[in-house]
Design a protein around this ligand. Structure first.
Ligand code: PLP
Length: 394
């Protein structure tokens, strides 16, 4: 098995059911596993022998998913977790201690911003939020206390593209660990090959792909992932349920074809938005800021596509935006993204509502900004749906 398209379907399943030959991975619900004898039990606890112990640690369905995720990111090791947020929290708590500092891009998923702003300071862990498009801003904050450089690209919801390689180079020069959230672009982007130490995924989004599971993953260097597994994961217990692991495995089988079609639909919707007088500005990777096109080319596989998240600002501010999101009929008014269903939301009052006015302004999240996660419906139906909602908003 060489190609990722094939691996996304077969990895982790082969020989997983030697009794009945099921073509899908069985869902192992057992919480605990029999040891053949006490010596083997002891050896498994010491890590001297492979084998199952207890499902908070690992489980055959979970292992199948971890194997597939390692292949997806061309990395060395993986741990799946109960949510994207639990993956992020586990990484921070594993590697940081009071007095340590993080440097993060100024725009992140709202939950991550909350964690960095409100929870980690309780443990005397400080975060500097700077603009990762400006290397100087990062350099100014680097000190002996800096332990993690953390970012996402494309960013949520402005779809700005950050030069991953440039950030990695800077981190390596200063011996700082890089943690990168690749939730928006699985398969399209390979951060591990660019030198990122740890990749985060919310499996809830494109990887699951059907709005029917919450899950997360930590993927990266074996030494680091083993450290997390032994020190934090087993004892915090943010374990994914085997049923959710099964759903994520099933989601992965169609990941590439979904991403291709979703990206195609997104292009058609952008064409429509471009021609509509209600639109003030459109945000998509390499779109609003044409100078970012080069970075897109360098780090994103445009052959697959650039994903389904489009943000757009409408003329008329919050009142207009509210009417639009309240009047769509096919598209659901719901947060989350990366699903087969198209989802629309208002970042300033929903996903990014915890940002204060100044932070919203700095991030470019205006009252008239709407985020659309394009799904797999017929693009013409989606365009007609947006068009009638625009008309009703008058
Ligand atoms: C980029 C990004 N990272 C992490 C998360 C958190 O993932 P979860 O909801 O699975 O905890 C989200 C959720 O929207 C996200 O968009």
């Amino acid at each position: 098995m060489k190609k990722i398209t094939t691996k996304n379907i077969h990895l982790g399943v082969k020989n997983s059911d030697s009794v009945f030959g099921s073509v899908n991975p069985p869902i192992y619900l057992s919480s605990t596993y029999k040891f053949p004898n006490s010596e083997i039990g002891a050896r498994r606890f010491k890590g001297e022998e492979k084998g199952m112990i207890y499902s908070r640690f690992t489980n055959p369905t979970i292992q199948a998913l971890e194997e597939r995720l390692i292949a997806l990111e061309e990395a060395e090791a993986s741990i799946v977790t109960s949510s994207g947020m639990s993956a992020i929290t586990t990484v921070f708590f594993n590697f940081l201690k009071p007095g340590d500092e993080i440097i993060a891009h100024k725009v992140l998923y709202g939950g991550t911003t909350q964690l960095l702003t409100h929870i980690l300071p309780k443990f005397e862990i400080k975060t500097h939020f700077v603009d990762f498009k400006n290397k100087k801003e990062i350099v100014e904050k680097i000190s002996s206390k800096t332990k993690i450089i953390y970012f996402e690209s494309p960013t949520n919801p402005m779809l700005e593209v950050i030069d991953i390689q440039a950030i990695v180079n800077l981190a390596k020069e200063n011996n700082i660990m890089t943690v990168f959230d690749n939730t928006f672009s699985p398969l399209i982007q390979k951060p591990f090959s660019l030198g990122i130490d740890i990749i985060i995924h919310s499996l809830t989004k494109y990887i699951g792909g059907h709005s029917d599971l919450i899950g997360g993953a930590i993927i990266g260097k074996k030494k680091l992932i083993d450290d997390i597994f032994n020190k934090s994961f087993i004892f915090f217990g943010p374990t994914l349920s085997p049923f959710s692991a099964f759903l994520a495995l099933r989601g992965m089988t169609t990941l590439e074809i979904r991403l291709r079609q979703i990206s195609e639909n997104a292009k058609k919707i952008i064409n429509f938005l471009e021609s509509h007088p209600i639109i003030e500005k459109i945000y998509y990777p390499g779109y609003a800021d044409k100078s970012q096109k080069e970075i897109v080319k360098k780090q994103m596989n445009e052959n697959i596509g650039l994903g389904g998240v489009i943000s757009f600002e409408v003329k008329g501010g919050y009142e207009k935006a509210k009417k639009i999101v309240d009047n769509v009929k096919i598209i659901y008014l719901a947060v989350s993204l990366g699903a087969v269903e198209s989802l629309i939301e208002h970042p300033a009052s929903m996903t990014h509502s915890e940002l204060n006015e100044n932070q919203l302004k700095k991030a470019g999240i205006t009252p008239g900004l709407i985020r659309l996660s394009v799904g797999l419906e017929d693009s013409e139906d989606l365009i007609n749906d947006l068009n009638q909602a625009f008309l009703k908003s008058k």
